[in-house]
Design a protein around this ligand. Structure first.
Ligand code: SF4
Ligand code: SF4
Length: 412
């Protein structure tokens, strides 16, 4: 069986293409009902997780032309941004780069990922610009005021990750957990959506190439090429998309014990052009290795798992307010990486990481995230840094766009 991309696109335009999400295909495989290659045209694979290499490039008017000469520093809601490279001399406007991992000077719990989500939900953002002539300008903007707002992900959608534990006898702060890693392998954190991840389904990057159209946080995005530190064994992608078209469900801040991080969601169409390509799409969580590393030295692998060991249990926590003892402070709220716990559980913000259930001593938050065996220890999974719920949702959105003939395979 062989099909060209043009043939698949013709079938999409004719409304005849059979499209499955990667999750649907895996379910069929697990139930011994796998279709054959010629019965499927496209599989939509997706991932959602913490992706540190995320930046936004913006241009917007701050004040009247001539009101300042050239920005030398800027902050948005207290988050430092990098002016330039264009000076916009005397135009009253700025070009800015903002990192998803940047931390607000006003609030250490607020970072670039939270700022981008706040812009997407329509919030007004404080702007401070300092000019080289000593002028300081205070202003506010909303996303509508920002003419250019593009996300550039320098390293996204990693195929392979490592899980992390702390074998030492002291807690360790790390970006790999929302709170200090418990000593004596008291908890495991991990990333990666396993068998629905695009690069697990196309490890040789035969379908995913420079110029491939994808959905980035709900917007149409583009693969710019391989990301930084990408290698044949551990590929990742450099991506770009327009922030204006993104959806706040798919992007946001994620606090860690070592500073703010940002999560993104990416869905990629994988055309079934041959039986060989289809064979790769049948990969399951149990086929995908997940080495466990020492948080103090990630090159020190101390155990080997698969994603079947980690992706089990509940997708989201349940909240039982009658069990709440009103502790001060509330450890579940203090540690929740997405600020989803306030007056109850904000399900829109919840990432399904499981930290609240591990942290609440009275079971007000309950969630089975599973446990793994490492040597003679049973280690609870305390923090998921990827979210299969969001990834599956975006994979379904992409499937629907393709089924309606509104998204073709290939370049933009
Ligand atoms: S830690 Fe649990 S019991 Fe204590 S205040 Fe928070 S939710 Fe309530
Ligand atoms: S699972 Fe709990 S800690 Fe994690 S994001 Fe949801 S509410 Fe917050």
């Amino acid at each position: 069986m062989r099909r060209t991309i043009s043939e698949i696109n013709e079938r999409i335009l004719d409304g005849e293409a059979t499209v499955l999400t990667a999750g649907e295909l895996k379910e069929l495989v697990l139930n011994d009902e796998a279709p054959s290659a010629d019965e499927v045209d496209v599989v939509t694979a997706a991932t959602c997780g913490v992706m540190s290499g995320t930046a936004a490039v913006m241009h917007f008017r701050v004040s009247e032309p001539g009101s300042f000469r050239k920005a030398v520093s800027a902050e948005l809601n207290g988050i430092p941004a990098y002016p330039g490279p264009c000076p916009n001399e005397n135009l009253g406007s700025v070009d800015l780069f903002i990192y998803g991992t940047a931390r607000s000077v006003r609030d250490p719990e607020y970072g670039g990922g939270f700022l981008l989500r706040d812009l997407l939900i329509g919030s007004e953002v404080d702007v401070t610009v300092k000019s080289e002539d000593g002028t300081s300008i205070e202003s506010t903007v909303t996303l509508k005021d920002i003419e250019t707002a593009r996300i550039i992900g320098t390293r996204m959608a990693f195929r392979n990750y490592t899980a992390i534990v702390n074998p030492s006898d002291k807690p360790v702060r790390s970006i790999f957990n929302a709170f200090e890693m418990p000593p004596h392998c008291g908890g495991l954190s991990f990333s990666g959506c396993g068998d629905i991840n695009p690069l697990e389904n196309d490890p040789g990057m035969e379908a995913i190439r420079r110029g491939t159209s994808v959905l980035l946080n709900g917007a149409r995005g583009l693969v710019l090429g391989e990301g930084t530190r990408s290698s044949p064994e551990r590929p990742n992608l450099m991506l770009s998309g327009d922030l204006h078209d993104m959806k706040p469900d798919y992007i946001g801040g994620f606090r860690t014990a070592a500073g703010p991080e940002i999560f993104n969601t990416i869905a990629v169409p994988l055309p079934v052009t041959s039986e060989r390509v289809f064979e790769r799409l049948l990969v399951l969580n149990s086929d995908i290795g997940l080495p466990v590393a020492d948080v103090r030295d990630r090159s020190r692998i101390i155990h080997d798992l698969t994603y079947a060991d980690t992706w089990a249990g509940d997708e989201r926590p349940t909240y039982n307010p009658e069990r709440c003892a009103d502790c001060l402070p509330c450890l579940a709220a203090e540690r929740c990486p997405t600020h989803a716990i306030g007056d109850g559980l904000d399900t829109d913000r919840c990432f399904g990481c499981g930290v609240c259930a591990f942290s609440c001593p009275y079971g007000a938050y309950e969630m089975d995230t599973g446990e793994v065996r490492i040597g003679d220890r049973t280690v609870p999974i305390v923090c998921r840094q990827s979210d299969r719920v969001r990834a599956s949702s975006l994979a379904r959105e992409l499937k629907e766009l393709i089924e309606k003939g509104n998204f073709l395979i290939g370049g933009c």
